[in-house]
Design a protein around this ligand. Structure first.
Ligand code: DGL
Length: 262
């Protein structure tokens, strides 16, 4: 048993979509969330830069005593998780676009994937796609521009709707029946996405799977919290706290949000 916090980081506020699933499944765990919003979007950076930022985030969470780290960012996972696992001894949980379930469940034989350039161009993404989509048509779309708008709190803006329409409408011609959201910021756009693709295409994100995997790894390493008192959650951002607070306004657990220089 171990009452130390779980660490979570993302290039910004998107990883809170994962954090919400983790807290739902593991209500006794304390957490520390790091939003590197100053450096978002990671998706437009080189693999070397993404690794360097992921190392910086990891060092910070380790310095705060975290027992396990969730890389709540597809771009950081697909570019940096191998490096992190090789260089640190604590367990890491990553998140990758859920291509495997989408490909297995597809009846039309066509799936769409919306992710960042950094994820779509990574070796890990290439490997997963090759392995699971042999007889499947995959329509890959870079969601350039979406993350900065979400970070600005413009979730319901004409700019977001215009970009989504440009990115998703062409997929409809291919008769996709699943759309994989390969970026942890995108679940916050599901209502807007549904307006464009309708209700018959299944949207898949990996939040719940990450929460289950986190629980399994904590159990395996005997790291589950023994606490029976209320858990506490600390959020740190290196940008203004306003949008992060807005995105957490449906959270009932106790938490604090602080701006940090990192
Ligand atoms: N939430 C990150 C992801 O899942 C966003 C990447 C970015 O900052 O571009 O990929």
């Amino acid at each position: 048993m171990n009452n130390k916090p779980i660490g979570i980081f993302d290039s910004g506020i998107g990883g809170t979509s994962i954090w919400k699933e983790v807290v739902k499944l593991l209500p006794n765990e304390n957490t520390i969330y790091l939003a590197d919003s100053k450096n978002a979007p990671y998706g437009e950076k080189s693999s070397e830069d993404i690794i360097a930022l992921s190392v910086k985030n990891t060092e910070y969470l380790i310095s705060k005593g975290c027992k396990l780290i969730i890389v709540a960012c597809n771009t950081a996972t697909t570019n940096a998780i191998d490096y992190l696992r090789k260089n640190y001894t604590i367990p890491f949980i990553g998140i990758e676009p859920a291509i495997k379930p989408a490909a297995l469940l597809s009846k039309t034989g066509a799936i769409g994937i919306l992710a960042t350039k950094g994820t779509l161009s990574s070796k890990l993404f290439e490997k997963t796609t090759k392995e699971y989509t042999k007889n499947i048509t995959t329509i890959e779309q870079d969601g350039e521009g979406l993350v900065p708008l979400i970070e600005d709190g413009k979730l319901n803006s004409p700019e977001i709707n215009q970009l989504l329409s440009t990115y998703l409408t062409p997929m409809l011609k291919f008769n996709i029946d699943h759309l994989v959201l390969g970026c942890t910021h995108y679940p916050y756009l599901i209502p807007q996405i549904k307006k464009i693709i309708g209700e018959n295409i299944t949207i898949i994100d990996s939040g719940e799977a990450v929460a289950k995997q986190t629980k399994a790894i904590l159990e395996k390493h005997n790291l589950l919290s023994a606490s029976t008192t209320k858990s506490h959650h600390q959020f740190y951002t290196n940008a203004e706290t306003k949008v992060l607070k807005e995105i957490l306004n449906d959270v009932t657990a106790e938490f604090t949000v602080e701006k940090l220089a990192f």
